[in-house]
Ligand binder design. Structure first.
Ligand code: PEP
Ligand code: MG
Length: 599
């Protein structure tokens, strides 16, 4: 259980894992839990008519919502499936429910939401005890429709669909899927905090990409907070501060001001190259999830794309994207960023990213299972569609293809054979493509790092996926908050694997990048530069500070740091060294990250 810290002034601080920087404050919306989410509020006699009117409006609003869902369903599925919502509409008209809630408001002087919550819970519990299958089955309907009414009473509208929130809110929930996160409305979601998760989950990565402040790994925060409470979310230091005091709000006001002035300072470097003080050039590219992200790549001074996670073209939809759709998506990025290179990763489904419309069997260990290239080599039609789209789009700019999760040479051979086969197809159809299109390999499994020398002979580049490389090398599930402290990018084993990969790449005359989250951290970037990495690829908003850091760094001191790290057996000590170098050469990057409001 998360133990909050209470201050004498009445604020309560919860600590989690910071995953996406930024500060926001506002009303909390707890999702996915019904019990005790409505605070008891007593009202005065004069408020009774207002509360009764609110109740009536909430019922009408809910009726409208249900009719809309019913219409969408009957358009898509047919009338019989949509008729399940008739039961929901009947609940809204139930005279007992309306009379009882109105009585609780008028006689007990309870707010409409509390009265409604009290009665609807009792209603559902009573029904669930009746020895009648039909009535028992209706309990789920009642809970569903009652949640809708409650959300309307609380001003959160259709909170089942986070795309259509009515009021800006901080979302608190047990977990958010990467697909749901991808659809969040940045104007309405001020930030989010989840009970589970860690820094390199795809939910966290997506939050950084959308620049939504987020903190994860609170364990049971969603059970401790209630919808409607006021809180401040600090995505830099991993805090939720419930009922923040004026002093805390003032401190955070300063922090936000510092961020603004840092952003101004970083603007100066955006259009400059990432060159160290002693003239060593690093390519700083971007990780993106959708074609429109190319705008952010340019505005943040990214040099092309080092990782396009194409999975997001496939999720949140009912059918697979066609070859033409994919062609348009890849082409759009290539054209927007021409002549810079755009590394497009083939489909990396599985792990924590799934398709709703594709029945993939549930697995005990999805991260060790049928994912990425393993999936594509079997689902050849899906792979074929993507590869054909990529090949065709390659005439429009500087596209490179990259395979995820390569664990052995045979997988690389098989994937390359398929590319050759599809090139042949296109040739016979008279469709053009770039003949010498470069194909690279992600090094994210320890076995791939260990055979990097062989892989380098058949690849044009490497990109080290440290998110997975760390989870597989250290046996630390990248989603599990309980062992997040063991997920250590500076563990000597990781640095040795990176060094081996860099040496193998350079020995064979190919470039090597890092596109895991390690590359976006300015402290760790110094270490990666010292280890000889040529390209760092990070979420677009991280690029200015990376560039700022690199322009303050001497490659000689980075190499010394790496040499120290390769001879040190403590990950913590290595991190301390890297931090002290980074703070010494670029102190202003750290002004805005002081832990605030600690106990
Ligand atoms: C990685 O594993 O480091 C990586 C970049 O891929 P993903 O985070 O999408 O698994
Ligand atoms: Mg990966």
């Amino acid at each position: 259980m998360t133990m909050p810290e209470l201050s004498a002034e009445g604020e309560t601080i919860f600590r989690g894992i910071p995953v996406s920087g930024g500060v926001s404050r506002g009303k909390i919306l707890v999702i996915g839990r019904r019990e005790s989410e409505v605070p008891r509020r007593e009202i005065s006699i004069s408020e009774i008519p207002v509360e009764l009117l609110r109740f009536e409006h909430a019922l009408l609003e809910t009726r409208q919502e249900i009719l809309e869902v019913q219409k969408q369903l009957s358009d898509g599925l047919g009338a019989s499936d949509a008729s399940i919502f008739d039961a929901h509409l009947l609940v809204l008209e139930d005279p007992i429910l309306i009379e009882e809630v109105s009585r609780l408001v008028s006689e007990k002087k309870l707010s409409a939401e509390f009265a409604f919550h009290q009665f609807s819970e009792k209603y559902a519990i009573t029904l669930s005890k009746i020895d009648d299958d039909y009535l028992r089955e209706r309990v789920a309907d009642i809970r569903d429709v009652c949640s809708r009414v409650l959300n309307n009473l609380l001003g959160f509208g259709n909170a089942f669909d986070l795309r259509h929130l009515k009021e800006p809110s901080i979302i608190i929930t047990e977990d958010l899927m990467p697909s749901t996160t991808a659809q969040l409305d940045r104007k309405m979601v001020l930030g989010f905090a989840t009970d589970i998760g860690s820094k390199t989950s795809h939910t966290a990565i997506m939050a950084r990409s959308l620049e939504i402040p987020a903190v994860v790994g609170f364990q049971d925060l969603s059970k401790q907070l209630q919808t409607g409470q006021f809180a401040l979310l600090d995505g830099f230091n991993g805090l939720i501060i419930l009922n923040p005091t004026d002093a805390t709000l003032f401190q955070y006001g300063q922090l936000v001001k510092n961020r603004v002035s840092l952003r101004e300072k970083l603007k100066d470097v955006i259009d400059k190259p990432a060159i160290t003080l002693d003239g060593h050039k690093i390519t700083l590219s971007a990780n993106i999830e959708k074609p429109s992200d190319s705008e952010m790549v340019k505005s943040n001074g990214g040099e092309g794309v080092g990782l396009f996670r194409t999975e997001y073209l496939f999720i949140n939809r009912d059918t697979l994207p066609t070859e033409e759709e994919q062609y348009q998506a890849y082409r759009a990025v290539a054209v927007a960023l021409k002549p810079q290179s755009v590394v497009i990763r083939t489909l990396d489904l599985g792990g924590d990213k799934f398709l709703t419309h594709l029945p993939v069997p549930q697995e005990m260990n999805p991260f060790l299972g049928w994912r990425a290239i393993r999936f594509c080599l079997e689902e050849k039609e899906i792979f074929r569609t993507q590869l054909r789209a990529l090949l065709r789009a390659s005439t429009e700019g500087n596209i490179k293809i990259m395979y995820p999760m390569i664990s052995c040479i045979e997988e690389l051979d098989r994937a390359n054979d398929l590319v050759e086969q599809f090139k042949e197809e296109l040739r016979s159809e008279g469709l053009p493509f770039q003949e010498d299109l470069e194909i690279g390999v992600m090094i994210e499994i320890p076995s791939a790092a260990l055979i990097a020398n062989s892989l380098a002979k058949k690849a044009k580049f490497f990109s080290i996926g440290t998110n997975d490389l760390i989870q597989y090398s250290l046996a630390v599930d990248r989603l599990n908050e309980k062992i997040a402290h063991l997920y250590e990018p500076t563990h000597p084993a990781i640095l040795h694997l990176i060094k081996m990969t860099v040496d193998a790449a350079h020995r064979n005359g190919i470039w090597v990048g890092v596109c895991g989250e390690m590359a976006g951290d300015p402290v760790l970037a110094t270490l990666l530069v010292g280890l000889g990495v040529d390209d760092l690829s990070a979420t677009p908003s991280a690029i200015p500070q990376l560039k700022f850091m690199i322009r303050k760094l001497k490659v000689e001191e980075a190499r010394k740091l790496a040499e120290f790290a390769l001879n040190c057996d403590s990950g913590k000590e290595i991190l301390r060294r890297a931090e002290s170098l980074a703070r010494e050469i670029a102190p202003s990057l750290f002004d805005t990250q002081k832990p605030f409001a600690s106990s």
